[in-house]
Write a protein that binds this ligand. Structure first.
Ligand SMILES: [Zn+2]
Length: 354
């Protein structure tokens, strides 16, 4: 059904070959769910190079980032309009879906199911009723703040002043509408208050445990426990800086997954690599909105003393079968791996989306 990447086999090792076939079979039979890609979206980005890597990796569901606090809210609307208009022309292997049932149907049809996410509530332009507007356009989860504070709450690299009255009203509206509350990139106090306030499960779509790597983007055991207590999922991020490695590896992703599972049980762990393909956007993207140099032009969002520089790299999405192998290696069962690769995030969506 999918063009699965081949898992490398040592011809001299029959046991290894058998194991590889088992991994390939396990991976191929699993709904692989990536809850966030790290692309810097722009209305003129070509969509085939943006999305093909996930389809070729056998991923069944991807949430496309359509905006974040670095961009004005009007750009988020333009991004959504462009992706919705051009998606199935430029990437016919994709299908924009609105329900978990449609994800399952898309997978059965060999398609990559996609919905959208937004990183930061600047996109709401100060109005909670924008939640329904974005939901109707395909946005299924939204996080509070992108590293810096905004009217809804605090970012993880800013003064942690907590969830605001506006932020609480947005959580209420997300619960009403069926949009998943996402606490990645958000300050500690804001996340704890949001998880306390939300009636529905809350996720950290792409955040790693701070106990393994002490970085401001990573989250404490207390946050991990509160997320699991809400019924939510912590998606392990594939970026080297947050994994604590020079080169992001599948084994590091498995190590972080095992640590979180040791606190929460495996049913609250997912994998969201934050991967972004290297796209040549060409002349369509003007110099003020080009992807390259985004960090340099907006240092307040990526403080230099937190290690954001040219050495940042993400595990390639094509390595997800190797992540599955490493999850076996750290002791997860087949059923637990099926959950970590997709079933756990799927469970949250089936509980929250309306
Ligand atoms: Zn992010």
């Amino acid at each position: 059904m999918f063009a699965l990447p081949l898992v490398s086999i040592d011809p001299g090792d029959l046991k290894g070959a058998a194991d590889s076939m088992e991994i390939q079979s396990l991976y191929g039979n699993t709904l692989v769910w990536d809850d966030h890609c790290g692309s810097e979206i722009h209305p003129d980005l070509p969509l085939d190079p943006l999305l093909r890597p996930w389809h070729e990796a056998g991923v069944g569901y991807l949430s496309i980032n359509v905006g974040y606090d670095v961009q004005p809210w009007t750009r988020t609307v333009a991004n959504i309009a462009a992706v919705r208009r051009r998606l199935e022309d430029e990437a016919p292997y994709c299908r924009l879906v609105s329900s978990v049932g449609e994800i399952d149907q898309a997978r059965a049809d060999g398609k990559l199911a996609v919905t959208f996410d937004i990183e930061g509530m600047t996109a709401l332009d100060g109005r909670a009723d924008m939640v329904q507007f974005y939901y109707d356009l395909g946005v299924r989860h939204m996080l509070f703040a992108y590293n810096r504070n905004n009217p809804a709450g605090s970012g993880c690299h800013d003064e942690d002043t907590g969830l605001t009255a506006f932020g609480r009203s947005v959580v209420d509206e997300m619960n009403r509408v069926g949009m998943v509350v996402d606490c990645s990139h958000t300050g500690f106090r804001t996340t704890m208050e949001a998880m306390e306030h939300s009636r529905d499960p809350v996720v950290f779509s792409h955040s790693n445990p701070k106990a393994l790597v002490d970085h401001g983007r990573n989250i404490t055991d207390e946050q991990i426990k509160a997320c699991a207590a809400s019924g939510g999922v912590i998606g392990i991020n594939g970026i080297n800086l947050f994994l604590g490695e020079t080169h992001a590896t599948p084994s590091a992703v498995a190590r972080h997954a095992a640590y979180v599972a040791g606190i929460t049980g495996p049913e609250h762990v997912g994998v969201s690599l934050d991967y972004a393909p290297d796209i040549d956007a060409g002349a369509a993207v003007d110099e003020n909105t080009a992807i390259s140099g985004m960090i340099a032009r907006n240092p307040e969002f990526w403080p230099a003393d937190a290690g954001y520089d040219d050495s940042i790299a993400c595990l390639d999405v094509s390595r997800l079968p190797d992540v599955a192998r490493e999850l076996v290696g750290v002791g997860f069962s087949e059923a637990e791996i099926t959950g970590i690769l997709g079933g756990n995030f799927r469970r949250v969506a089936s509980q929250v989306w309306k």
